[in-house]
Design a binder for this molecule. Structure first.
Ligand code: SF4
Length: 394
């Protein structure tokens, strides 16, 4: 597995696969073709179906120029990954360069048939949760110590920056009331829910408000932390900011917990997928919920087995969850789904901590099931806005 720095990244919403990945690809292509006088980008598969709602075209033109031609080719779907895009650079109407590249989730890019095992830097030798648990048991390490043993000495500073941004995103979201961009005219809810919390002091209201705040920031193109994607970026900040503010855990304890949660995201990313276009929302919000449940179990003093169980419970009960964003906007069901999953993460951690961590279905089994379920999932439910809730509003 790669460094957790490749999982947690600061960027702009609303979509890691549909805006951040394409922007990164456009920047790379532009750097290589500074002499070009015109660009064209063909968007394939899910990028074509929901590219407009996710603002892919707007993001690409911001990098390559307003005159850039964007073509939506719904009919072209590569089996390697649905989020294909082909860049063309022109000089005096002649093609001087072209590049086929895939945005495979979490802002990561791959070329056709490039191995997907995210093992380029090979920082982590263990590839499954069971291998990690065994290694920790032999070497008497907790999961945080295991991660820190694998990461470099800039890692903690990087993660402090990540958590600071999570908190800043929540605060930014809580300060706004306006309608979110796009045709749905969705009204922000976070500020109102937070005001309710201030009156009644119900902890769940704080968690809902904080998760909504981060997700609404994402939906409006604000600065967020990918955790593990943009669409699912409200769950971890929603829970961690609430525990920091109300339960008075220290900043260091929160950073350590977010680090431990990241391990779960890395395992799903490496062994299955965190891309809604590939496996549905189980890979996005499901993974975010599992990461957060693990983080919380660690924060509350759970053993390695209890942390694994918390993540397993959280992910297991998101299996099969589809991706059907209405009109392609990362708003409905995405924003409220983050808030509900934030509470589910807390429940999963609490549930796990009641026992001794022993259980039949392992996290590795659930990750394998997620991958298989995603592969069986009809294309209408994988970020194309052709089925599910998306079918009911056109
Ligand atoms: S439904 Fe889930 S996977 Fe699909 S865009 Fe929304 S958050 Fe992402």
């Amino acid at each position: 597995m790669e460094s957790l720095k490749e999982l947690y990244k600061i960027g702009r919403g609303p979509s890691s696969s549909h805006t951040m990945g394409p922007v990164k690809a456009a920047e790379n292509f532009l750097k290589k073709n500074m002499n070009a006088d015109k660009f064209k980008v063909e968007l394939y598969g899910s990028l074509a179906f929901t590219g407009k709602g996710h603002l892919t075209d707007v993001a690409l033109r911001q990098i390559l120029g307003e005159e850039t031609i964007i073509e939506f080719h719904y009919e072209i779907i590569y089996t390697y990954h649905t989020n294909g895009m082909k860049f063309f650079a022109y000089l005096k109407d002649e093609i001087i360069d072209e590049w086929l590249v895939f945005s495979i989730g979490g802002g990561s890019l791959k070329e056709l048939d490039e191995p997907r095992n995210f093992n380029k830097d090979n920082l982590y030798k263990e590839t499954s949760m069971q291998e990690i648990l065994d290694y920790c048991s032999i070497n008497k390490l907790n999961l945080l110590e295991y991660i820190l043993k694998n990461e470099d000495n800039t890692f903690i500073t990087y993660m402090e920056k990540i958590v600071k941004q999570m908190f800043a995103t929540v605060e930014e979201g809580l300060s706004k009331e306006e309608v979110l961009p796009g045709k749905l005219q969705v009204k922000r809810k976070a500020k109102k829910y937070y005001e309710n919390y201030l009156i009644h002091k119900l902890f769940s209201s704080l968690v809902f408000a904080n998760a909504l705040a981060a997700s609404e920031e994402n939906a409006s193109g604000g600065i967020i932390v990918i955790a593990p994607t943009c669409g699912s970026s409200g769950v971890m900040p929603g829970v961690m900011k609430s525990f920091y503010d109300e339960k008075k855990y220290s900043f260091k304890q929160i950073v350590d917990a977010v680090i431990v949660g990241g391990l779960i995201g890395n395992l799903v990313k490496s062994n299955a997928s965190i891309s809604g276009a590939e496996v549905g929302c189980q890979g996005e919000v499901g993974t975010a919920c599992a990461m957060t449940a693990a983080a919380l179990a660690f924060l509350k003093g759970g053993t390695n087995s209890q942390i694994e169980y918390a993540a397993e419970i959280a992910l297991e009960h998101h299996l099969g969850m589809t991706c059907d964003p209405i009109l392609g906007y990362v708003q409905i069901p995405c924003i409220e789904r983050n808030a509900i999953s934030a509470m589910r993460a807390i429940d999963s951690a609490n549930y796990s901590l009641l026992g001794d961590g022993k259980h039949l279905i392992t996290l590795d089994m659930v990750i394998a099931s997620l991958k298989e379920t995603g592969a069986d999932m009809h294309v209408n439910y994988r970020e194309t806005s052709l089925g599910g809730l998306a079918k009911h509003i056109k």
